[in-house]
Design a protein around this ligand. Sequence first.
Ligand code: NAD
Ligand code: UDP
Length: 322
Amino acid sequence: MKDRKRVLITGAAGFLGSHLCDRFIREDYHVIAMDNLITGRLKNIEHLFRLENFEFYHHDVSKFIHVPGRLDYILHFASPASPIDYLKIPIQTLKVGSLGTHNCLGLAKAKGARILVASTSEVYGDPAVHPQTEDYWGNVNPIGPRGVYDEAKRFQEAMTMAYHTFHGLETRIVRIFNTYGPRMRLNDGRVLPAFIGQALRGEDLTIFGDGSQTRSFCYVDDLIEGIYRLLLSDYHLPVNIGNPDEITILDFAREIIKLTDSDQKLIMKELPVNDPKQRQPDITKAKELLGWEPKVPRSEGLKRTYAYFKSLSREELYETEH
Ligand code: NAD
Ligand code: UDP
């Protein structure tokens, strides 16, 4: 058997995890995928099951993780990621960010593996600094509805840094900004699948608040490239990966109406509590350290994503629970 590098990917059946699996398979790694399928779907990685260098473990990483054999890298991506998901399962979200991270770090230490953890722009909360640089400490309400996700991720970063400092573990922290692309769940509540799903079903698009809040959307292939480069770099402090092209949610809705060639109306709904007003990554560090910047403009990324959503079956389009 070929002696490949061995990587464990947690959250492998999710949106980002499944794209990471594809990338590491393409790079000829042995990929060990792990997921408890709480928000992910096997369909995202089914095409890899026949490969000799791919294996899948159905496991909750908040419980002790056992993986036989050598491990060179761990990418810890298990966690609900959309606001409606983590509001539905707040305790599991806190556990996977804390206990799950601790288990992954312990495993990395036992195996002598390098670990990269998936952090988020949410560590900046509703940011008072714009665009967000890595040295900004954030503005998070720990007991607000989003606190279960934001604080779990902040704890994750603290724990990862502690393993680096006290155990000399090789660690990487990526702060991911809003990312989109094929394999997002149509009903996961995030703004892009929400808008495209509504347009495809002939429903009006729901703008939360007045739509003046901003986000900056990164196409998934760009994000995966940034993560791959960060993993192989020698930099252990957090790095923002995202696309700085910022847009208001109202303008984004208009882009989706145009993209889908629909004549749906925009309707205003109440803004969720603690919804960040603006978000844009400062990617100077990623550019300088990794030679990375996003390449796929939103117009192109949206076309590719729409093609994916259009290919879904009628059942998937009207599915309310995953
Ligand atoms: P996702 O929900 O599609 O994927 C998460 C995966 O983790 C799912 O397959 C889920 O079943 C699995 N999972 C959750 N808890 C688990 C547990 N206890 N044990 C094992 N598996 C578990 O979400 P995503 O968008 O792919 O996000 C992946 C990671 O990236 C998350 O850690 C998220 O916080 C981070 N992130 C994503 C974004 C984004 O825009 N997509 C932005 C910032 C950070
Ligand atoms: N949003 C919206 N309509 C929807 C879903 C979301 O206006 O149907 C808004 C939401 O309030 C937020 C932005 O879109 O301001 C991005 O929301 P998402 O859940 O995608 O990500 P996050 O808030 O975590 O960045």
